[in-house]
Design a binder for this molecule. Structure first.
Ligand SMILES: Nc1ncnc2c1ncn2[C@@H]1O[C@H](COP(=O)(O)OP(=O)(O)O)[C@@H](O)[C@H]1O
Ligand SMILES: [Mg+2]
Length: 308
């Protein structure tokens, strides 16, 4: 993808891959780090961003300690420059933007600050920028998910709670998108009162606040907004491919039925007792244990994403 930089020069725009999922501990950071290392080792220039603003740990899993943090970026006055927080790693083609120190004022940046951050990420000189999000579905996480392309990766496990949280994450992302699209108190109120997109549409049809034409318009737009979100699902900690496929199918069914969102299944990673050992050693499993099934699964997913 090519774009005109502000100085008029033509530069290459990186693809941005956001990794979220709603629940903590499902493996978002392990996936992001190993995927980044795997793709970088294939020759693509990758920048891994720790956007977990409250509990960052990318550098721990990667085994690096740059001594810099995203705080430096958010604290910069005037024109912010993301380059100042891009750090080298021991891996060729891989650089990292470390997370925050967890200080309160940085843990909750304003919408404008986040927009500047994302704009700067899009201008980075790289082939791929992988953004590791934090758990939960609060505004920071949703905004990062929505400000980049809406085909981010959602990591889930086969557990009901994880599927449930991923569904709620998608719903919160869609509702946040609708809210920011209309910026209308009437729409915001209807969003608060409804659990599904079907219920929301039903309520719009009955609402006295909107005229007939406005109702048709809103219902059409809301469905289009839902269809513009295309999350890709990776099932982690699965016991086998079948269990992973079932988990992914259940989430896709609920997303389709209640949110009109059509997720895509990207693959799975098995539960592997060696993962925690590789986290403790600061050596990603695709490097220290390349023959493990989980390392091969990372390679398969990278291929499916087009990084061969
Ligand atoms: N496929 C797996 N098999 C076994 N343990 C895993 C697997 N993926 C992740 N883990 C473990 O789960 C813990 C949480 O992973 P992490 O990537 O930090 O989750 P998140 O970023 O979603 O909070 C890690 O400490 C790791 O040891
Ligand atoms: Mg994490």
């Amino acid at each position: 993808m090519y774009l005109c930089a502000e100085n008029g020069a033509v530069g290459r725009r990186p693809e941005v891959l956001v990794v979220g999922g709603g629940k903590g501990g499902v493996g978002k950071s392990c996936f992001s780090v190993n995927m980044a290392v795997d793709i970088a080792r294939k020759g693509w220039r990758v920048i891994l961003v720790d956007a977990d603003l409250s509990c960052s740990n990318i550098e721990t899993i990667l085994g690096t300690n740059s001594g810099r943090s995203l705080d430096d970026f958010f604290h910069q006055k005037g024109g912010k420059d993301i380059q100042s927080v891009v750090c080298e790693t021991p891996y060729e083609n891989l650089r990292v933007i470390p997370g925050t120190t967890g200080l309160l004022d940085v843990a909750n940046p304003k919408y404008q600050q986040k927009a500047v951050f994302i704009r700067q990420l899009r201008k980075l000189d790289a082939d791929l920028v992988i953004v590791d999000l934090d758990a939960g579905a609060h505004f920071n996480t949703l905004d990062f998910f929505l400000m980049t392309d809406t085909n981010g990766v959602l990591i889930i496990t086969p557990e009901k709670t994880s599927i449930d949280n991923a569904f709620k994450f998608m719903r919160a992302a869609l509702f946040r998108r609708i809210e920011r699209f209309y910026r209308s108190p009437e729409v915001a109120l209807l969003l608060k009162r409804n659990q599904t997109i079907e219920d929301f549409i039903e309520c719009v049809r009955k609402a006295e606040a909107f005229g007939g034409e406005a109702k048709d318009e809103i219902c059409g737009e809301v469905v289009a907004l839902a269809r513009s979100i295309h999350p890709r699902i990776v099932v982690n900690k699965a016991h086998n491919a079948y269990e992973a496929q079932i988990a992914s199918n259940i989430l896709a069914k609920y997303a389709r039925q209640y949110l009109r969102i059509e997720p895509q299944n990207l693959g799975f990673m098995p539960f592997d007792k060696h993962v925690s050992e590789t986290v403790n050693s600061g050596m990603p499993f695709v490097v220290s244990r390349p023959k493990l099934k989980i390392s091969m699964c990372i390679g398969d997913i990278a291929n499916r994403l087009g990084y061969v």
